[in-house]
Design a protein around this ligand. Structure first.
Ligand code: UD1
Ligand code: PEP
Length: 421
């Protein structure tokens, strides 16, 4: 295991390139198995989640070849084998293999998904969707068996707006007989990205990105080439890091429209944000106004940026309130930030943050974005070295983080974690 070491206090300066989006990539790789010929994905991020999915696909009989940021997936020889807990448990998005295998073979046997466990993450809406399409779902010894003699289109109203359920239903419904309507669908850009890939494969999906998605099932899907959208969460994390270190950073390969909620909050705090066609420049200032942030479904402020934002709000002069309306208890970063001297109180689904300087400490990333929050906090600390363990969580979502930060002038490195550290 490795740990991240940060000697902070240096403003970040320069340009950072944002990779393809994790939350798209982890859906697009499973989606590729619905095709009967080769799917080529461009702008694929280098992330452990993507590597695990590619291994699972190979275990199932697909041929997968990766060169830099291009992945070629030939699923023509894929088999309907059970997917046991081991690899499936390493990430959340393995749940997309449920919808994709159901669409391709009419059945899936798969362990329960893992991923960041900041709080219980039910998948009842995914199951409700599969059942509405005519599948039977059983759960035995921690493994789900989902099967359908024939998938039939249905009208499905999601009780909660869920990214995962929306995508999973789209995957299965693409191969159902007749039409499916998903009401109260999630609108995240990654959903549009998945619909774009599926449509390029021959699916008939309309309305992705709105709350009503219509899917006309087709008999078969074919290979295609698709370029993954930029990672808005990674972009937002660098925007926050630039502001927190009072730096000047050009964040390149972003879709500024996807960053609107983030941009608005930074501007409200007094950060200068300049938007170009495919890049955003962040110029930090000496003093920041405290703000209230509400994490909501898209196009609201992303819950995945809530933890990193907490670290920035410790740099504001006064009290900020950050409320997460997506996950009520996503605050595992708070006790770790407290070790670094942060004054944060959690009340219900809100964190109340009193701005003030942080100090170096030994802290632990307990999930991906908690890890990002600790990195940002470490970058702001003027004296001493911050040590962050749990780097494997951070590697789930940040392509090339250490090199990117070093190129921006940060003093960051990885060390092997020993028993005593
Ligand atoms: C791989 C991926 O894309 N992960 C993202 C996805 O996760 P994920 O798709 O798991 O998150 P959802 O959008 O499904 O969850 C949103 C809310 O709905 C609840 N819920 C969800 C499904 C369900 O069947 N029942 C239910 O009650 C969840 O507990 C949560 O409170 O969206 C989250 C919310 O933007 C992000 O934090 C994750 O980074
Ligand atoms: C929670 C996240 O990921 P996952 O859903 O893959 O665990 C995240 O990206 O912040």
């Amino acid at each position: 295991m490795e740990k991240l070491m940060i000697r902070g206090g240096r403003p970040l300066r320069g340009t950072v390139q944002i990779s393809g989006a994790k939350n798209s990539a982890v859906a697009l790789v499973p989606a590729a198995i619905l095709a009967e010929s080769e799917v080529v994905l461009d702008n694929l991020p280098h992330l452990s989640d993507v590597a695990v999915l590619s291994e699972i696909l190979q275990d199932l009989g697909a041929t997968v070849d990766r060169q830099d940021d291009v992945m070629r997936i030939d699923p023509s020889r894929l088999q309907a084998k059970p997917m046991p807990n081991g690899k499936v448990k390493l990430l959340r998005a393995s749940y997309y293999l449920m919808g994709a295998m159901l669409g391709r073979f009419g059945e899936a046997t798969i362990g329960l998904p893992g991923g960041c466990n900041f709080e219980p993450r039910p998948i009842d809406q995914h199951i409700k969707g599969f059942e509405a399409l005519g599948a039977t779902v059983t759960n035995e010894h921690g493994s789900m068996h989902i099967s359908a003699k024939e998938l039939r289109g249905a009208k499905i109203y999601l009780d909660v707006v869920s990214v995962g359920a929306t995508i999973n239903i789209m995957l299965a419904a693409s191969r159902a007989k007749g039409s499916t309507i998903i009401e109260n669908a999630a609108k995240e850009p990654e959903i549009i990205d998945v619909a774009t890939l599926l449509n390029a494969m021959g699916a008939k999906i309309k309305g992705a990105g709105t709350e009503t998605i219509r899917i006309e099932g087709v008999d078969s899907l074919h290979g295609c080439r698709h370029s993954i959208i930029p990672d808005r969460i990674q972009a937002g994390t660098y925007m926050i890091a630039a502001a927190a270190t009072r730096g000047d950073v050009l964040i390149d390969n972003v879709i500024p429209k996807h960053m609107e909620a983030m941009t608005a909050k930074l501007e409200e705090m007094g950060v200068i944000v300049e938007e170009m066609d495919e890049s955003i420049r962040i110029i930090g200032g000496p003093k920041y106004t405290p703000v209230d942030v509400k994490a909501l479904v898209y196009p609201g402020f992303a819950t995945d940026l809530q933890s990193p934002m907490t670290s920035l709000l410790t740099q504001a002069s006064g009290v900020s309130i950050l409320t997460d309306y997506v996950y009520s208890n996503r605050f595992k970063h708070v006790p770790e930030l407290a070790r670094m001297g942060a004054d944060i109180r959690v009340e219900g689904r809100s964190a109340i943050i009193e701005g003030g300087p942080l100090n170096a400490a030994k802290v632990r990333a307990t999930d991906l974005r908690a890890g990002a929050a600790l990195v940002i906090a470490g970058l702001t600390v003027a004296e001493g070295v911050t040590e962050i363990t749990g780097v494997e969580y951070i590697d789930r979502g940040y392509d090339n983080l250490v090199d990117n930060l070093r190129r921006l002038g940060a003093d960051v490195w990885r060390e092997t974690e020993t028993e005593s550290s």
